[in-house]
Design a protein around this ligand. Sequence first.
Ligand SMILES: Nc1ncnc2c1ncn2[C@@H]1O[C@H](COP(=O)(O)OP(=O)(O)OP(=O)(O)O)[C@@H](O)[C@H]1O
Ligand SMILES: Nc1ccn([C@@H]2O[C@H](COP(=O)(O)O)[C@@H](O)[C@H]2O)c(=O)n1
Length: 224
Amino acid sequence: MCAAVVVAVDGPAGSGKSSVSKAASRALGYAFLDTGAAYRALTWQALESGIDTADAAAIVALLDGFDYRTTVTDEGTRVTVGDADVTDAIREPRISAVVSDIARVPEVRLALNDAFRRMIRETDAPGIVVEGRDITTVVAPDAAVRILLTADEAVRIARRSAELAPGTASTAGQLRERDARDAQVVDFLTAAPGVVTIDSTELDFDQTVQAVVGLVNDEQEKRL
Ligand SMILES: Nc1ncnc2c1ncn2[C@@H]1O[C@H](COP(=O)(O)OP(=O)(O)OP(=O)(O)O)[C@@H](O)[C@H]1O
Ligand SMILES: Nc1ccn([C@@H]2O[C@H](COP(=O)(O)O)[C@@H](O)[C@H]2O)c(=O)n1
């Protein structure tokens, strides 16, 4: 039984899931769980081990020794695999290009989802904001607040390009391709029943964070 208020956030690539969820968690005094980081770290481990990411059996074999940890520091959350700090490496385009291979392996999803549920149960914060693709539907379908965070594709591409520039064309292609491949595995493009859609196309960053925080506060008030 989890005593913390769980806020589940799903959405497509570049919709602001991690940046908005992180800022909202800070504003609320909640913990933050970026589930995509675990898929990315396992991808990093596969590439580091010289494994073809399309080789599902080899990927499943990696799960046993996968020593994935996150540590909250003053500078932000550090991600490690074994002794390696992979915080920055897991954001590289070479990881984004193949992470969907890893995410489509059912054994990987089962193992990581178990780990995510354990992290949610074990948080000692009053609440936790958890973001990914299947949090509202699979990982935490009973979450107190469930949000689909989205924005028009062109806006998401522009925001991502501004972050990664140069290379708008390849950024666009990669974002579209990753969404298309991920959507074959989980549906993060339509809100499941009970899930509230926040469309940030016309909102700036702070307004989007406020929309999330406002929803959580409204839900908390209803429960009093
Ligand atoms: N409402 C907004 N207005 C302006 N910029 C935004 C807004 N929301 C997010 N951003 C910016 O868009 C970029 C993408 O956001 P972020 O990395 O959080 O997306 P994401 O959904 O986690 O992506 P991915 O799934 O690819 O990891 C970041 O630079 C972020 O600061
Ligand atoms: N709940 C999740 C979270 C992520 N994925 C896969 O990981 C990739 C990286 O996620 P980001 O949020 O960091 O972009 C994503 O493209 C998915 O392949 C997932 O399947 N389920």
